[in-house]
Design a binder for this molecule. Structure first.
Ligand SMILES: CC(C)(COP(=O)(O)OP(=O)(O)OC[C@H]1O[C@@H](n2cnc3c(N)ncnc32)[C@H](O)[C@@H]1OP(=O)(O)O)[C@@H](O)C(=O)NCCC(=O)NCCS
Length: 214
């Protein structure tokens, strides 16, 4: 069978996809094989192609799709968590939050929220992070976290805190917040309260009750 593994018609190494030239974008994040021998277009070859997605700063126009993804990833119980109370009725920092798009579909999202401790320390709250089930395990979750942290370091210089798995977040510089020093507006497993100082900033561990920051 002859078809193009490029799917979205991007250009790579100066080769334009024959199958989708009208939809070509200037980004070259994967190799389009459409001019190669069609016999190589087997399922095996396609599975070996690198994942294709674009990371874009968050925007209001993505809100409905992001909510649908979070509902799929976390279910209705997500609203009952203490972390949710820090986000309800609050606005995330769009400039340091990112979505992942593939073929016009939103397949991943990670948001950062402005908080302050009751002791006056400004801090960003990361989450939720979610990747669509059929795109997991391809490095996208890691790239979303990296994008948010890089933007946050550059634009805010603030530490970042979250409630999540240390195994996932440790490679990005997160460690457990000092036990008992940080509280949320509800119960949270202290082992899952993680933080990371901004790169190049003073290492001052967060302490106090987390509150929304306008
Ligand atoms: C967690 C999640 C965002 C990871 O996205 P992903 O695109 O599959 O992650 P990546 O492919 O970038 O994986 C990065 C690494 O983290 C590991 N990892 C993935 N999910 C993990 C988890 N929940 N706990 C620990 N490690 C995890 C992967 O094995 C991988 O390790 P490796 O680099 O050694 O192979 C995704 O699985 C998801 O949306 N899960 C449902 C929502 C959720 O639980 N979010 C909160 C996580 S605290």
């Amino acid at each position: 069978m002859k078809f193009c593994p490029c799917e979205d018609g991007r250009e790579s190494r100066g080769v334009i996809c024959d199958f989708h030239p009208a939809r070509m974008s200037s980004k070259a994040s994967h190799a389009c094989l459409s001019r190669a021998d069609p016999s190589v277009f087997t399922k095996k070859v396609i599975l070996k192609l690198p994942a294709k997605f674009d990371l874009l700063p968050d925007a209001a126009s993505y809100d409905a799709a992001v909510e649908a993804l979070y509902a799929l990833a976390f279910g209705p119980g997500r609203h009952a968590k203490a972390a949710a109370r820090l986000r309800e009725g609050h606005q995330s920092r769009r400039d340091v939050s990112f979505v992942a798009m593939s073929g016009g579909h939103l397949i991943g999202a990670c948001r950062l929220w402005p908080l302050v401790t009751d002791q006056g320390q400004e801090i960003l709250f990361l989450g939720p992070i979610a990747v669509a089930p059929d795109h997991q395990g391809q490095g996208l979750g890691g790239e979303l976290v990296e994008a948010c942290l890089t933007a946050s370091d550059r634009l805010t210089g603030l530490p970042v805190i979250l409630v999540g798995d240390l195994a996932f977040f440790e490679p990005f510089g997160f460690s457990q917040a000092p036990k008992g020093q940080v509280t949320l507006p509800g119960p949270a497993d202290p082992k899952r309260i993680l933080w990371r100082p901004a790169q190049g900033a003073d290492i001052i561990a967060p302490a106090g009750k987390l509150l929304k920051n306008a």
